[in-house]
Design a protein around this ligand. Structure first.
Ligand SMILES: Cc1cc2nc3c(=O)[nH]c(=O)nc-3n(C[C@H](O)[C@H](O)[C@H](O)COP(=O)(O)OP(=O)(O)OC[C@H]3O[C@@H](n4cnc5c(N)ncnc54)[C@H](O)[C@@H]3O)c2cc1C
Length: 480
């Protein structure tokens, strides 16, 4: 087995994935040799040497599988820099942009916001972005007062150079819509959806893909951005470290009587963190625009033991609101759920590497982390910023965008950030999600100690803002 991208460069790697409704075919020799291939072979094995591939339906520089928030941002970044890019997404774009698809809001770190600004995407989301001015971290138990020890971050404590909000909370729906608007009509960017890559061969000079509808694409580089189950990652034989947390994240929008004043609350309970994150006020015409609760809204991310989640998801809105108040108290007045309620099983996944021959991984395809610090999307968008910069620089030097040397730069740049965040979020979740007396005391003292040490607080704040380390140009707010 060849390990390095360089060693694989001259090997034709071929993988095929299940295509519902496609014909059964004989396994290709290369894919039969490669194990494990998690999807079954059902597609008629395409002959990559046929004249069809001399005249593919699409010839492009970069082919991205997955047009979620990470994949589509990468498409926009590359196309904006003049690199011909195709994005293939399995879902119907109308479904991806529907309110029912994703009820989450995401904490967008300052560095991420600067990158989205440099790509021209931020103006389309700014109206939906609530600034995070303060973060209040506390430890407690259901139904009892929070511990007297807490940690309070304020944007006012930042040094002169970093003035401004700590970050923003934006509904994923608003981000998805802003991305779609920006992508529409961009020269150099083609979105094919709904569609999947049914077969991919990565050879010495090109990656060649066949879609499930038979269309053929030839590209210099394929990118896996299909989320945690990434078929491109699996069929490249890239191993992962992964485990499931015994927790789910319950997510919804909460209306409350008092304004949140830009404060994000992270309340650690024995079953996991309970976060209320400041959102923009609801529009006047929205159902929650009037009435006893007014227009003030926050986004709830409630981490709970998996066994309890089905019952919590089935609660009436009144009973659910009562459970919220038992956990959060009445600091924001009465609480009420608005709109739908979602639950997400939580886990950690970290790919052993994020490149292979003519293949790069970005976003959740490369790493999935606990949402305790609201960093998964930020991490994925830093992948985008680093990969886009790597490819743009390679292009300027006339290098092959899919070559091992180019991919090695990306891999070297991104590994530390991903590994550190995976370890940090895992450690925080283990430290806080329990009711062990001595640990409660230690973490209470830890919170209080950090709270009294301004330099340490500033260090943590800059990390949370995504402004630490070898920052890509986009994250610094500069053009590619
Ligand atoms: C409860 C919760 C709260 C979170 N809060 C935050 C937060 O506050 N801040 C933050 O930074 N992060 C947060 N995250 C993490 C963040 O949501 C993810 O990291 C992010 O959505 C990953 O985006 P992605 O585009 O990589 O993957 P995905 O969102 O999984 O997108 C994958 C895309 O690929 C498509 N696809 C799938 N399979 C195929 C295929 N075979 N072929 C083609 N296309 C395919 C899908 O249709 C989809 O569009 C949170 C996560 C959870 C669970």
């Amino acid at each position: 087995m060849l390990d390095s991208p360089g060693a694989r460069e001259d090997v034709g790697l071929m993988a095929e994935f299940t295509v519902p409704g496609a014909k059964a075919g004989a396994p290709h020799a290369a894919s039969a040799r490669k194990a494990p291939v998690l999807e079954t072979l059902e597609f008629e094995t395409p002959d990559f040497e046929t004249p069809d591939f001399e005249t593919p339906d699409f010839e492009t520089e970069v082919l991205i599988a997955g047009g979620g928030m990470v994949g589509l941002t990468l498409g926009i970044a590359l196309a904006g820099a003049g690199i011909a890019t195709i994005v293939v997404d399995a879902a119907d774009p109308a479904v991806l942009r529907a309110a029912a698809y994703d009820g989450r809001s995401s904490a967008i770190a300052r560095g991420t916001q600067q990158a989205l600004g440099a790509l021209g995407i931020w103006p389309g989301m700014a109206a939906a972005a609530a600034p995070i001015l303060e973060i209040r971290v506390s430890d407690g138990k259901v139904g009892s007062q929070a511990s007297p020890f807490f940690l309070h971050y304020s944007h006012l404590e930042l040094n002169q150079d970093w003035q401004g909000p700590l970050g923003y909370i934006v509904e994923n729906l608003a981000t998805r819509r802003a991305l779609a608007v920006q992508a529409a009509g961009m020269a150099n960017l083609t979105l094919l959806a709904p569609a999947r890559i049914a077969a991919l061969e990565r050879g010495a000079t090109a990656a060649r893909a066949v879609l499930d509808d038979g269309r053929r694409i030839r590209a210099r580089l394929a990118v896996g951005a299909e989320g945690k189950a990434s078929p491109l990652r699996k069929t490249a034989g890239i191993r992962v470290t992964r485990w499931d947390y015994p927790q789910c994240g319950i997510v919804c929008t909460v209306a409350h009587e008092a304004p949140h004043a830009g404060v994000a609350h992270e309340h650690f309970l024995p079953s996991g963190p309970f976060a209320l994150l400041p959102m923009t006020d609801a529009p006047q015409e929205a159902p929650e625009g009037g009435g006893p609760f007014g227009r003030h809204r926050s986004s709830l991310v409630w981490t709970e033991r998996r066994a309890l989640v089905p019952a919590l998801m089935a609660l009436s809105e009144v009973d659910f609101a009562a459970e919220l108040e038992r956990r959060f108290g009445t600091g924001l007045g009465r609480l009420r759920q608005v709109g739908g309620r979602w639950s997400y099983p939580l886990g950690l996944m970290f790919a052993e590497r994020c490149v292979d021959a003519r293949l790069a991984l970005v976003g959740d395809a490369a790493h999935v982390i606990h949402p305790i610090a609201g960093q998964g999307l930020n991490l994925g968008l830093r992948d985008v910023a680093a990969l886009a910069e790597t490819l743009v620089d390679a292009r300027r030097l006339g290098l092959d965008l899919g070559s091992a040397a180019v991919l090695a730069r990306y891999q070297g740049w991104r590994r530390v950030d991903g590994a550190l965040l995976a370890a940090a979020t895992d450690g925080l979740n283990r430290l806080f999600s329990n009711d062990i007396g001595p640990l409660r005391l230690i973490r209470g003292l830890g919170l209080a100690a950090v709270d009294r040490a301004p330099p340490v607080k500033r260090f943590f704040m800059r990390h949370a803002m995504g402004l630490v380390g070898d920052l890509p140009r986009l994250v610094r707010g500069e053009a590619l």
